[in-house]
Ligand binder design. Structure first.
Ligand SMILES: Cc1cc2nc3c(=O)[nH]c(=O)nc-3n(C[C@H](O)[C@H](O)[C@H](O)COP(=O)(O)O)c2cc1C
Length: 207
């Protein structure tokens, strides 16, 4: 297995799927890496299409190449994160026996939302999410779609009742953002709060 340092410090699974809002995923990874959190990164095929479309980031096909390029893009050492193939059932994310306790799917497409809500586990993102739910670990989904159909809403309600944190990509405007980065940070800061990750830079209501 490439690049996994034998770390005692915290590790998380960050999955990106093909919903709009790839910048949220990249920014979240940047902030987690700054806190020395090791990232197990799962990217769906559609996520790679959206990364190219929205962020001009064209990743190679193989997971090892993805790890290298993503680390370069985020400005971190190659041992700080590891990407996996879509069906790598030998990765830590695939098993409840791993010591990973938190996972975020950001952005989360309605397709992946449906797969998770129905326990499909057909690829590593769905399997990893299924593991988090069955092991009662923390799973955060950041869904993005509009409008939402009754199918989407039923899936979200089902997952919320199972204890999954639903943090829809709906930035607020009460802090009067002037730039897109501020809207991205608004969402990422809420996710970091739910992950209990130190984030002193976050703008907070009433401060
Ligand atoms: C540029 C772009 C933006 C998209 N935006 C969304 C979106 O916001 N929400 C969504 O559910 N699907 C969106 N899609 C469609 C998904 O990518 C598509 O349903 C895909 O099959 C999802 O696969 P995945 O869940 O494996 O990533 C978008 C696709 C593209 C190319």
């Amino acid at each position: 297995m490439q690049n996994i340092r034998n770390i005692q410090n915290r590790a998380m699974i960050i999955a990106m799927t093909g919903a709009s809002g790839a910048a949220y995923g990249l920014r979240l990874m940047q902030k987690l890496l700054k806190e020395n959190i090791f990232l197990h990164v799962l990217l769906s095929d559609a996520a790679c299409v959206v990364l190219k479309q929205e962020c001009d980031l064209l990743l190679p096909e193989k997971a090892a190449g993805k790890s290298k390029m993503l680390a370069e893009y985020l400005g971190v050492d190659a041992t700080s994160l590891c990407c996996y193939e879509k069906h790598d059932w030998f990765s830590p994310a695939a098993s409840g026996s791993s010591n990973i306790r938190q996972m975020v799917v950001v952005p989360c497409s309605m397709g992946t939302l449906a797969g998770i809500a129905n326990g499909i586990s057909d690829h590593l993102i769905e399997r990893a999410a299924d593991v988090m739910i069955k092991e009662r670990k923390q799973l955060i989904l950041v869904p993005r779609e509009t409008p939402l159909s009754a199918i989407h809403l039923e899936h979200m309600l089902k997952l919320s009742r199972l204890g999954v944190d639903m943090i829809p990509a709906m930035p607020g405007f009460y802090h009067r953002p002037k730039a897109i980065d501020e809207l991205i940070d608004f969402m990422v800061d809420r996710i970091l709060d739910h992950l209990h990750v130190n984030n002193a830079e976050a703008k907070r209501w009433g401060e």
